[in-house]
Design a binder for this molecule. Structure first.
Ligand SMILES: Cc1cc2nc3c(=O)[nH]c(=O)nc-3n(C[C@H](O)[C@H](O)[C@H](O)COP(=O)(O)O)c2cc1C
Length: 300
């Protein structure tokens, strides 16, 4: 019987639900289902201070201590790694897992499918995941990013409502429901069926092509534009906050600065810059946009 390790962290349970649906076609497969927990959990719902507090360490890819986790087998045929981005980086629990000796040992030389449950910005995080998988000697054979498909600005309001109130409901009844839609979660089994077929033959070369054949994974050009610029700025902020935030009070002041910067950048600067980009620059960048989308839709 083929052995699969399916492992992820999830704070609200959304990524757990996606993983369960993805794994549902794996009948007749020995699936070792592992849910990562932290030694000191992040409280949920967040409050605004604690939410922004994790930005520098997410971006700098620092680790926290995980609770011990048991793996049933020494070796697996396939690893399914679920993850969520935090501040355009892998979530701290995911980074901690990918830097954990036990996990690195079990994924070495193995095919890995990544399953993402994000708002809509996962490209930079995926760069980090690729680097961490490659450092561990693993081979990423497919990537399935599930996102909130509503508009970038309204989904930012909805997700903050969800994160700060703990309810995956429509804010004020007018904004869209936050997170990955129930329909997209439900249909994640289609990707699991492709993965099972590849697992049975041990042939993963066509898996990502199968995933893309459903034509569900699309990278909006505006999101690509924002992500290609924002991470550099996040890195600068993260370094400054870590360097200057030498006391609790100083760190807090810098984090409040970042919070207002982010709100201003998201709701004021980015709409203006995007209009200018779409009117004047986009026609000259069609080739580079296409290449970047192909790169992020692939796994090589
Ligand atoms: C601190 C924090 C930062 C986040 N940053 C991003 C981000 O940069 N891009 C994105 O698409 N989603 C972001 N999200 C949403 C998460 O990726 C994820 O979809 C959501 O938290 C639900 O995941 P869960 O399964 O862990 O509950 C963020 C969430 C949190 C809590």
């Amino acid at each position: 019987m083929k052995k699969v390790l399916a492992i992820n962290y999830s704070q609200t349970g959304q990524l757990d639900e996606i993983m369960e649906r993805f794994l549902s076609p794996m009948v007749g497969v020995d699936v070792d289902r592992v849910k990562i927990q932290l030694k000191v959990p992040y409280g949920f719902p967040w409050d605004s201070d604690r939410f922004f507090e994790v930005m520098p360490e997410s971006v700098m890819e620092e680790v926290v201590e995980l609770q011990d986790f048991d793996l049933t087998h020494d070796a697996y045929d396939l690893i399914v790694l679920g993850y969520q981005p935090w501040f355009l980086s892998p979530s701290i629990p995911t980074t901690s897992l990918l830097k954990h000796e036990k996990f690195k040992a079990v994924i070495q030389g193995k095919p890995v499918v990544t399953v993402i449950g994000a708002r809509n910005m996962w490209l930079n995080a995926q760069d980090s995941i690729r680097a961490l998988l490659s450092a561990a000697g693993a081979r990423q054979v497919a990537n399935i990013p599930l996102i909130d498909r509503s508009n970038n600005l309204t989904s930012a309001v909805s997700i903050l409502h969800w994160m700060l109130n703990g309810k995956k409901t429509r804010p004020m009844g007018i904004f869209p429901k936050p997170g990955v839609s129930d329909e997209d979660i439900w249909q994640a089994d289609r990707y699991g069926a492709f993965a099972k077929k590849a697992l049975e033959t041990g042939e993963y070369d066509d898996l990502q092509r199968d995933v893309l054949s459903l034509d569900e994974i699309r990278i909006p050009t505006n999101i690509l534009f924002i992500e290609m610029r924002a991470k550099k700025l996040f890195r600068i902020w993260a370094r400054i906050i870590k360097k200057k935030g030498t006391t609790v009070a100083k760190r807090k002041r810098w984090l409040v600065g970042f919070k207002y910067y982010l709100i201003f950048a998201l709701f004021v600067v980015s709409p203006i810059v995007l209009v200018i980009f779409n009117l004047f620059l986009r026609p000259f960048e069609l080739g580079s946009i296409k290449r970047k989308k192909e790169y992020y839709c692939g796994v090589n």
